[in-house]
Ligand binder design. Structure first.
Ligand code: GLN
Length: 525
């Protein structure tokens, strides 16, 4: 796309070729935990089109059988790179298939723990790994040794649990070192990357900042301007701060106040991003525009669509007002895409794979003829947080719970009116304040209050009341795919309920949501 050096050229990089295993991304993750940079690409990657030379290559597991007609195969040019190669499960079977085709269905499937028995104690791959528990997940197996290989480890069911080429640094293992069930799996991956591939352990956010700022400057050039939306969340703030460090006020941040942000949010963002972090920020008050369009709408999907479309309209209008100096045009749109989104879009899903596009910015890019700039696209979430702290963004902002794009509009069930938003906001504010006071904020992955448009009878000061209900939600999760509700102390809940009913007009009752995900989702709408 440009002459700008990819991150994989600056840092020693282990290339993970993905054959579609559900664990492939974990290989990348584990290596980075040892400060070794690793990047995942689909197994169909042409080596001649790579554009950089990896320090080593890992072939991942995958759902296919190597002997099947439509099975994916690696570009054999990978062997001409003359770098160490490690095949994991399908990856090992692929190595065997390419060297004698001795792979077939096993008599029984092997799924679960096994004990590793290292035959060759001098093998650098298994340093500190012998006799550990390793995780198996396969139905196929090697029926014999591939030509030129020898056995270096066995397990009770897998006589070819670990193999290595007699003269080349090509290794194969039947188990999955990347899952935590393999107790010394991380050590094995480190042995491969650091000792065998000799990759430098210099992947730190301190080093990334310098490289990335240099890259942004080269990409944007000396005069072009960049715009981007900020939301007050971690990703957009870190991306915006990084752009500001790189190109100063040629980066224009826009916060669209859609009327369904958290309490005082626009003010807070103005202070922390504009005044504090010195980001060139414009806050657009478009609350009326959004709320007028939401009038009478109760369907959650329609709410989301209206907010998404209105956002694009408002953003485009505002961008048109930004007049760069010297007749320069805005050329780039900043997007806080993270590595998990990239992985999701490139993961190998078989011959019929479809590449997912980023729908949220697609419209803007086309309408405004902008190029996309994504400085966080190599990073996992925790790396973004490290980066944020290094850039001087407050701990509180860096560890903020995620907040959905449609905001409070999907936390006010039913019709979204100014009055309803005000009630939901206040209740949410009290709830979060109490969570922080109790020191629980960082133990919880996400917490918020929902306003339910059902009326319920209460009694306050001897008067009968007939008002709405607030539902509190708090979840713990590592990946937001599954989640469990947070076990608050009863005294905590009692206090929050009392404060909300006392301080928020229009609320007579508070409930706590004790549904996990699945079957419920995190948000109510
Ligand atoms: N599909 C292959 C098998 O069943 C490989 C499995 C894997 O890579 N986890 O053996």
């Amino acid at each position: 796309m440009s002459p700008v050096e990819p991150v994989s050229n600056v840092f020693d990089t282990i290339l993970v070729l993905d054959f579609g295993s559900q664990y492939s991304h974990l290989i990348t993750r584990r290596l980075r935990e040892y400060n070794v940079y690793a990047e995942m690409l689909p197994c169909t990657q042409k080596i001649s089109e790579l554009g950089w030379k990896p320090s080593g290559v890992i072939l991942s597991g995958g759902p296919y059988s190597v002997y099947a007609e439509d099975a994916p195969h690696v570009d054999t040019a990978v062997f001409d790179l003359n770098v160490p190669i490690l095949g994991i499960c399908y990856g090992m079977q692929e190595l065997a298939w390419l060297n004698g085709k001795q792979v077939g269905r096993g008599d029984k499937r092997e799924y679960g723990p096994a004990t590793l028995n290292v035959v060759d104690a001098s093998s650098p791959l298994f340093k500190g790994v012998d006799h550990s528990v390793v995780w198996m997940s396969h139905g196929d197996k090697l029926h014999g040794l591939p030509a030129g290989y020898k056995v270096i480890a066995t397990s009770q069911n897998s006589p070819y649990c670990g193999i290595v080429h007699e003269s080349k640094p090509i290794w194969g293992i039947q188990f999955h070192p990347e899952v935590t069930h393999s107790t010394q799996g991380k050590t094995l991956l480190k042995n491969f990357a650091v000792d065998i591939c000799q990759a430098k352990q210099n992947w730190t956010m301190e080093n990334f900042i310098d490289t990335e700022i240099k890259r942004i400057r080269e990409l944007v050039g000396p005069t072009a301007e960049v715009i981007g939306a900020v939301s007050g969340g971690v990703d957009s703030t870190v991306a915006a701060k990084l752009m500001t460090e790189a190109i100063g006020d040629r980066f224009h941040a826009i916060l669209v106040d859609n009327g369904v942000l958290r309490l005082n949010e626009a003010e807070i963002v103005k202070k922390t991003l504009g005044e504090g972090l010195k980001i060139n920020l414009t806050v657009v008050d478009a609350a009326d525009e959004f709320l007028d369009k939401l009038k009478g709408v109760t369907d959650p999907e329609r709410k989301r669509k209206i907010i998404g479309n209105t956002f694009i309209e408002v953003f485009e209008k505002e961008a048109a007002k930004i007049q760069p100096k010297d007749g320069e045009e805005i050329e780039f749109l900043l997007q806080g895409t993270l590595y998990p989104d990239v992985i999701e879009s490139i993961s190998f899903k078989g011959p019929s794979q479809t590449i997912k596009t980023h729908h949220n910015v697609g419209g803007l890019l086309e309408d405004m003829k902008l190029k996309l700039i994504e400085p966080l696209r190599e990073l996992f979430k925790d790396e973004v947080r490290d980066l944020g702290e290094l850039l001087g963004i407050s701990h509180e902002l860096v560890w903020r719970h995620p907040f959905p794009g449609p905001g409070i509009a999907i936390r006010v069930l039913g019709e979204v009116t100014r009055e309803q938003v005000a009630i939901a906001r206040k209740a949410d504010h009290i709830y979060i304040e109490e969570i922080r006071k109790a020191g629980l904020y960082n133990k919880i992955s996400q917490a918020f209050a929902c306003l339910l448009p059902v009326k319920s009878v209460g009694v306050m000061g001897d008067q009968r009341t007939y008002e709405q209900v607030i539902a509190l939600r708090a979840i713990e999760t590592t990946d937001f795919m599954t989640a469990d509700w947070f076990p608050f102390e009863h005294a905590f809940l009692k206090n929050v309920a009392a404060r909300i009913v006392n301080e928020v007009d229009g609320v007579a009752r508070v409930t706590y949501d004790i549904t996990s995900k699945p079957p419920a989702t995190v948000e109510w709408e």
